[in-house]
Design a protein. Structure first.
Length: 144
């Protein structure tokens, strides 16, 4: 049985801004690391996360400023290879900003769910700072 994690964050920025920080490689660089993205169904999702691990997948759904979904996995990780799980991100206009509803499903077990929860909490906090106009600073170790 696979595991799913869900979380929400509120970002003080319009949906279009948050969407750009999730799809534009130059903006992704500011909060997570170097990226290659082709935000259309079938397009590549490739991110060097913190200079340590490479995430790879492909976009399965792209509805500009409202929703993204992409397959996700890790290069050189047998238990979670590229494309083996699914990330879904819904952007909802709320309270003058954007509510980000984040779901990562298809995680192979509870250990991976817990590990990814720590990682996503870390990077979504950095996204919140960057998308609202701040500087998240250099990426450090993921606390957990």
């Amino acid at each position: 049985m696979t595991e799913t994690l869900r979380t929400e964050i509120q970002i003080a920025a319009p949906q279009a801004t948050v969407f750009a920080f999730l799809t534009d490689p130059d903006k992704i660089m500011r909060w997570i690391g170097p990226a290659t993205t082709e935000p259309h169904p079938g397009g590549i999702y490739l991110v060097d996360v913190g200079g340590k691990h490479v995430a790879r997948g492909e976009f399965t759904e792209v509805i500009p400023v409202h929703r993204l979904a992409y397959s996700f996995g890790w290069e050189e990780r047998d238990n979670m290879p590229p494309g083996s799980s699914l990330v879904e991100i819904d952007l909802v206009e709320k309270d003058g900003g954007t509510l980000v509803r984040f779901t990562h499903s298809g995680l192979p077990d509870e250990n991976e769910r817990a590990s990814h929860q720590k990682g996503w909490n870390h990077y979504l906090a950095r996204l919140k700072i960057a998308a609202s106009g701040g500087d998240p600073g250099p990426d450090g170790p993921v606390e957990g």
